[in-house]
Design a protein around this ligand. Structure first.
Ligand code: DSN
Length: 442
């Protein structure tokens, strides 16, 4: 923590020092939080551009401000590329985050009091899909009546038969479902999109697929094709496997374009962070060119790391399903303490992960502060060029810290040594600077 700040100059220097220190730290770390990534230099350039100082309320070509010529050009590129990547009729790249994209979808397709189905947080659901009692966006902000899918914990998937029965019961109670949310923050295997779309049709309900985590995998053609499988809207953030700037987008059909556009502006946003829109356009271009390769390598690395950890005695879940089909895996670390303690030990070794609830944690009396699990993602290490053999080395580091109780400070030195060879962003057009280089403008 910062000690004392006695003047504006102190504060100014302290902030800039923290920024540089962070860059130095991340440079020698293994960033493995599944919702993060490192963008290309071109995306960083967009983020530092004057686009970030401008307004362009309204739709491309119909702005309510002057000065939008180049902003419009760039947003048009993002829209065209987004439609191509996600095989969609319509995309709006204005939501400034994944949560905002979800709120836009909830607002377009639901009214307060409507019943919305989603996964619980321990079964992978995101807080924005959650109930009012948890402070979730759907329940708190949109006042939707959130209920949860019956979940097949053995296979880590939504139980379709039980869900069909559950929604029949809801209908009999006079609470027919209006929105089915798919997608998750612990997203190991594709969700049963076709089955839920079919079920939703019987109730004239809408299906929203939150693909924030897997958008880059979908762009690379390796996970599932939610629009092709018939969802009404596919929301995303643009910085996880997609590796763009922190932003959001909503993909849908021409028939919903006008209501979605109106909800976003003037409903939910004024400024839509045009520097980030430029970053999204660049990330989409990178995805078009490089992601079939990138997405495939992410999944190979996830499977390799999960298997390697398992072989070293760490309880990575869902072995019988191959652990994962995505960029992430989930492990039960209760043999070694709890998720919080293990997260902190790994952090001391410069291995950055997050503690996570396991599907059965609630029954065991565990909560999110000290859950039983750790979630690990391989998308950033893959972007830096790591392959199967590095995943074996990474698994060794985990074992040393978690199972063998080795001094994390010593492991941190080995982590830094491995990381030295992986300092460039791959799967992009230009990579002349180091991935975490701190670029001064002042
Ligand atoms: N969904 C959170 C995560 O997965 O870390 C970020 O929104």
């Amino acid at each position: 923590m910062v000690n004392s700040i006695s003047s504006g100059r102190d504060a100014y220097e302290s902030v800039l020092r923290s920024l540089e220190n962070h860059h130095a730290m991340i440079k020698q770390s293994l960033p493995m939080i599944a919702s993060e990534n490192v963008p290309s230099q071109a995306v960083r350039e967009a983020l530092a551009s004057d686009f970030g100082n401008r307004y362009a309320e309204g739709w491309v070509g119909e702005r309510v401000y002057a000065g939008c010529k180049y902003l419009d050009e760039v947003e048009s590129v993002a829209i065209e590329l987004g439609k191509k990547l996600f095989k969609a009729e319509f995309i709006d790249v204005r939501p400034i985050s994944g949560v905002l994209a979800n709120l836009c979808a909830f607002t377009t397709f639901g009214n307060p009091g409507d019943v919305l189905l989603a996964c619980t947080i321990p079964t992978g659901g995101h807080i924005s899909h959650s109930k009012k009692s948890l402070g979730g966006t759907a329940g708190t902000v949109r006042e939707l009546d959130v209920v949860n899918y019956p979940f097949d914990e053995e296979n880590f998937t939504i139980d379709i038969d039980k869900t069909a029965q559950f929604v029949r019961e809801l209908k009999d109670q006079g609470r027919p479902p209006k929105i089915f949310v798919l997608g998750a923050s612990v997203f190991l295997f594709p969700h049963p999109v076709k089955e839920i779309v079919e079920l939703a049709k019987g109730y004239d309900a809408k299906v929203i697929y939150d693909g924030a985590h897997v958008a880059g995998l979908i762009a690379g053609g390796i996970f599932q094709d939610p629009i092709g499988d018939g969802v009404d809207a596919f929301t995303m953030s643009t910085h996880k496997t997609l590796a763009g700037p922190q932003h959001g987008a909503i993909v849908s059909w021409s028939k919903y374009a006008e209501p979605i556009k109106r909800v976003i502006f003037p409903g939910l946003l004024s400024n839509h962070h045009l520097h980030a829109v430029a970053g999204v356009a660049i990330a989409f271009a990178e995805a078009l060119e490089f992601y079939p390769d990138y997405a495939r390598n992410i999944v190979i690395n996830s499977k390799t790391l999960a298997q390697a950890l398992f072989e070293r005695g760490i309880n990575v879940l869902y072995e019988k399903k191959g652990f994962t089909e995505s960029h992430m895996m989930i492990m039960d670390v209760t043999k070694y303490g709890n998720g919080f303690e293990v997260e902190k030990r790994l952090e001391k070794a410069n291995i950055i992960v997050n503690r996570n609830l396991l599907p059965y944690d609630k029954r065991m009396g565990r909560d999110y502060k000290a859950p039983g699990g750790i979630r690990v993602g391989t998308q950033e290490l893959t972007r830096l060029g790591m392959k199967k053999s590095e995943m074996e080395e990474v698994a060794d580091f985990f074992k040393k810290v978690i199972c063998d109780n080795k001094d994390p400070a010593k492991v941190a030195l080995e982590v830094a040594e491995l990381k030295k060879g992986f300092q460039k962003v791959n799967y992009c057009f230009s990579s002349t600077k180091d991935a975490y280089e701190y670029i001064k403008i002042r």
